[in-house]
Design a protein around this ligand. Structure first.
Ligand SMILES: NC(=O)c1ccc[n+]([C@@H]2O[C@H](COP(=O)([O-])OP(=O)(O)OC[C@H]3O[C@@H](n4cnc5c(N)ncnc54)[C@H](OP(=O)(O)O)[C@@H]3O)[C@@H](O)[C@H]2O)c1
Length: 238
């Protein structure tokens, strides 16, 4: 598969799975626009990945900024959103501001992005959202994360009908070693990964590269549509 002459926009492309995907698309000859709120972080990534990467800095909760960003980007082939700002805490402790940030990154963001990207997306192109295992395996502290992952999957299935022939798919990761866990100290993080790994059939947590490969499969296969691909080490059945 080559991405020569193709342009891919990755919301959340400045870290974790989005960054791993950006690297792979560059290796396959494509152009990537990485988007997020932190322009300095995105620019540092772009400098590292080379001239085939450009940067778009905006907040997914800012509708006008999302619209403008897609107008500036112009025609492109694939949209991917790995964007997330999540807080894991019990309902009784979650603040409205924390829930708002989660809604922006995983509900309003995908809605605005789909709405304003659609006029610029190639008919042969695709949208890939990232949901997550929390929607399938309830865990204390993940109520809003579970809700938003489930909502995103429902949104994507309907979008596949409304935006046809553009394909719309979802990758649902299990626990993956990315900077999203950086809020935990190194030893707490390792403790979490070890305990998750012990409960998984594959005996380990995921790597960002593995999720990037899953997204590439969904983007590149023109008959995969309205599908949720679970890349969770068997977490749903464990
Ligand atoms: N890692 C896991 O264990 C795991 C498990 C299940 C599901 N997932 C899902 O998989 C996806 C990728 O996860 P990841 O761990 O690779 O993510 P990550 O490393 O935390 O990266 C998420 C990116 O989203 C961007 N972002 C957050 N809020 C934004 C906003 N309002 N506007 C624009 N950009 C925003 C951030 O960039 P800026 O700071 O520059 O804005 C950040 O680069 C996410 O949807 C996540 O929920 C992850």
């Amino acid at each position: 598969m080559t991405y020569q002459g193709k342009k891919v926009v990755i919301l959340g492309g400045g870290s974790g799975m989005g960054l791993a995907l950006a690297q792979k698309i560059v290796n396959l000859g494509g152009h990537v626009v990485i988007a997020g709120r932190n322009e300095a972080k995105l620019q540092a990534v772009a400098d590292r990945l080379g001239a085939a990467v450009s940067v778009a800095a905006f907040d997914l909760g800012d509708e006008a900024a999302v619209k403008q960003a897609f107008e500036r980007i112009g025609g492109f082939d694939h949209l991917v959103s790995t964007a997330a700002e999540l807080t894991f805490a019990p309902v009784l402790e979650l603040t409205t501001a924390q829930v708002q940030a989660m809604l922006v990154s995983k509900f309003w963001g995908p809605f605005y992005a789909a709405k304003y990207a659609a006029p610029h997306l190639a008919k042969t192109g695709s949208i890939t959202f990232f949901s997550g295992l929390a929607a399938y395996r309830p865990a204390p502290g993940a109520s809003i994360v579970a809700s938003l992952n489930a909502a995103l999957e429902g949104f994507a299935m309907t979008l596949a009908l409304e935006l046809k022939p553009v394909r719309v798919n979802v990758v649902s990761p299990g626990v993956v070693d990315t900077p999203t866990w950086a809020f935990l100290g190194a030893s707490d993080r390792q403790g979490l990964f070890d305990s998750v790994a012990a409960g998984l059939p594959v005996g380990r947590v995921g790597q960002a590269d593995e999720l990037a490969d899953a997204a590439l499969a969904m983007m590149g296969n023109g008959f995969i549509n309205a599908t949720v691909l679970h890349v969770d080490g068997g977490g749903r059945v464990a």
